[in-house]
Design a protein around this ligand. Structure first.
Ligand code: ZN
Length: 495
């Protein structure tokens, strides 16, 4: 029966939403975790429940328009019934959403097979299930007429199952007006070195053993596999220089051809930090090494530097915030100052060629005495940015604070729903931020208006990167995805 070779008889997905109210329901058992009640097999979906008896009898809704391919109140016996819906997405992909542990009640009968449903249609209500009432929700690309067992022996992803909250979050973004393109990378936390933007707004990035070039609109142009472990890409005239973990370097051109490699004797363990005209790396033995701009020889070395969480440089001076919440300022191989911060701080260059830092306790110029300004102690993945006129912006724990040049507070508010570690950048009057939780936002600095806010699926370990191209596309890297955002569309009325 050719049911799976879908004609989009029930429409193309134009919007998508969660099957239950995410304000009340949370994930009780995550995707792909082993469950020892089921011999350690892997969970094929996400289980949703609400607190304190708020789950039983709650409605379950279709996540998007689609066609019912399976519907049976008896599918899982005493553990309730199952509905499966087929969805056709604008890119032509087809996925099935499955809703399990439901029962029919008056006014909430299961939809009949082969009928069309719309986003938000009630499919049934949550019934009794072991060990407690919950919705088993899954998304997969096969078995349109099979109420699956909920667990697999093999990696569920390999079996065609997808992480439902990731699919929903990313499709919500992909279906939004500002979405331009989306590209998945392999490394779960994202490329370990920032991508390089080439002259035509294409990107060069390093991803688990290969370098790829992506066109300005998000299509992979070529990939070059590398024979050794690479840790960084350095921008170079003819594209980039690949830095290998064993200390070798090798040019790669914009067509993906590798040049002759050379030995530096320096084994980098971090992404490159641009200081003056050269690059500085943290090395595997816990030191810092600065390369001359020829990428051949070391300009200076420094021992005993803890892992780095933030850095900024200005006028050849490098400021580092370390995992041990220390602010280290170094230049030409010498430590200028070393001070303990209260919480995770951040640093940024100033327009006049100095550096500023933020930590619980306040903002201070690192070339001036630490000036406390009575700020409440809060820091968790803070970010700091400075405007040319001396105003400072801090995003910390989801709270945005704008400071006047004299550090008086101009405005302060909690940006709704954002969190994680932040990264900030300024473009004229617009401040943009990205976070490890997947948040992407834009704020008008003059009055603090939140102009745009969207979200992709995040990861607490995510590496962050963003760049606004001269083609009007904001390119963002969060964890294992790059996305392109139409900047003007995203800014809305602020644009
Ligand atoms: Zn489940």
């Amino acid at each position: 029966m050719p049911v799976a070779s879908a004609q989009p008889q029930c429409g193309i997905v134009e919007s998508i939403a969660y099957p239950v109210d995410r304000g009340a329901f949370s994930i009780m058992q995550d995707f792909a975790v082993p469950n020892y009640r089921f011999r350690g097999m892997y969970h094929t979906g996400e289980d949703y429940a609400a607190g304190r008896g708020g789950t039983l009898g709650q409605p379950v809704r279709a996540i998007a328009a689609g066609r019912v391919t399976f519907s049976s109140p008896l599918a899982w016996g005493r553990d309730g019934g199952v509905v499966i819906i087929e969805h056709t997405f604008p890119d032509g992909s087809i996925f099935y959403s499955q809703y399990g542990h439901m029962v029919e009640v008056e006014g909430a009968a299961f939809p009949r097979p082969f009928t069309c449903v719309s986003e938000g249609d009630i499919l049934g209500v949550i019934g009794e299930a072991r060990p407690a009432p919950h919705l088993h929700f899954e998304i997969r690309n096969n078995n349109f007429d099979l109420a699956g067992p909920g667990y697999t022996e093999a990696d569920p992803f390999e079996e065609g199952y997808r992480r439902p909250s990731k699919m929903l979050t990313n499709w919500q973004f992909a279906l939004s007006e500002a979405h331009a393109w989306h590209l998945d990378v392999i490394d779960e936390t994202g490329p370990r070195t920032p991508p390089i933007v080439l002259f035509d707004n294409s990107l060069l990035y390093l991803d688990t053993g290969r370098v790829s070039r992506v066109t300005s609109d998000g299509r992979v142009l070529w990939r070059t596999n590398l024979e050794r472990e690479a840790v960084a890409l350095l921008p170079a005239t003819n594209a980039a220089i690949i830095t290998y973990a064993d200390g070798r370097m090798q040019p790669i051109n914009d067509q993906g051809a590798l040049g002759t490699s050379w030995e530096t004797g320096i084994a980098p363990a971090s992404a490159p930090m641009l200081v003056g005209s050269g690059f500085v790396f943290r090395t595997g033995d816990g030191g810092l090494v600065a390369l001359n701009s020829d990428a051949l020889t070391a300009a200076w070395r420094l021992a005993d530097v803890p892992p780095i969480v933030r850095w900024a440089s200005s006028g050849g001076v490098l400021a580092l915030v370390t995992t041990s919440d220390e602010l280290i300022v170094a230049a030409n191989g010498e430590v200028i100052s070393r001070q303990a911060l209260a919480g995770a701080g951040s640093v940024t260059p100033t327009p006049d060629g100095a550096l500023m830092a933020y930590a619980a306790g306040g903002i201070f110029r690192i070339d001036a005495p630490y000036a406390l300004d009575g700020q409440p102690a809060r820091t968790s993945g803070s970010a700091l940015a400075l405007a040319a006129d001396g105003r400072a912006f801090v995003l910390d724990d989801g709270v945005l604070t704008a400071f006047a040049p004299d550090l008086g507070i101009l405005y302060q508010y909690a940006v709704p729903g954002v969190g994680g570690v932040f990264d900030l950048a300024l473009h004229g009057d617009i401040l943009r931020f990205v976070s490890t939780h997947g948040d992407i936002g834009a704020v008008r600095t003059s009055d603090g208006v939140l102009c745009g806010l969207t979200r992709v699926f995040g990861d607490d370990r995510a590496r962050l990167w963003s760049a606004l191209g001269d083609d009007g596309i904001l390119r963002v890297g969060i964890a294992d995805q790059f996305v392109g955002i139409d900047w003007r569309e995203f800014l809305g009325a602020c644009g």
